[in-house]
Design a protein around this ligand. Sequence first.
Ligand SMILES: Nc1ncnc2c1ncn2[C@@H]1O[C@H](COP(=O)(O)OP(=O)(O)O)[C@@H](O)[C@H]1O
Ligand SMILES: [Mg+2]
Length: 246
Amino acid sequence: MILLETRELTKRFGGLTAIDRVSMHIEEGDIVGLIGPNGAGKTTLVNAISGLNPPTSGRVMMFGRETTGFTPERMCRRGLSRTFQIPIPFPKMTVLENVKTAAIFGNKAGKVDDPVAHSREMLAFVDFPLAEDTISEKLNTVQLKRLDLARALASHPQLLFLDELASGLSEAELQDMMKLIRKISGQGITILMIEHIMQLIMSVCNRLVCIQFGKKIAEGATAEVARDPAVTKAYLGDASISCPTA
Ligand SMILES: Nc1ncnc2c1ncn2[C@@H]1O[C@H](COP(=O)(O)OP(=O)(O)O)[C@@H](O)[C@H]1O
Ligand SMILES: [Mg+2]
């Protein structure tokens, strides 16, 4: 079953077409990798779907209904959560309070009986390494990303977007993150992840969508897309990323 579909989705910033008529889809149970060189338009695509920065033209369909231009709150209550490339929590609030905010405001009224207990469950689920009363501005990047993930999960998403969740992790942390992504998928949550780390993409994603200069250049099964000459060329043209077939 198709959970989400974009049709000719386009986002322009003045004269720059950051995403250009992108049509793609996500099926129930997928872990889709959204790949492409820096500046390709990956975050812009996620922002256009999730409502943070609505599209200029084109359509978004979620669970078979049109959601084009919906606000992030509305998308969240319909079952879409996302994390951010650079997470920004409420800095003066504790870790628990940050997750609690999502547990209270990210769900339909009455869905969560006990927001504190639910928030603790989410922090435990993501193996949050610090005490729940730690002030959020004290967190390092890796801890911030785990908190952001706990927050995103607190609203009971059916579909979860992850924006470079694994960047900056050590090898051991990367292994933990792979396990965590599989654990989330095992809960029945469909995932779209923007990712550069090929080891992670190749081991967890069943499908890939590759964009370059705002245009989709490939979509399909992971192994096929990874050996697609257009994809390899896009990556070889960007010295900061290793070739996916290497
Ligand atoms: N809010 C914005 N205003 C103007 N230009 C933007 C904005 N957001 C992104 N862009 C531009 O859109 C292009 C795609 O950016 P982005 O989606 O962040 O790429 P990626 O996530 O693939 O690295 C870049 O050229 C970027 O500078
Ligand atoms: Mg980005």
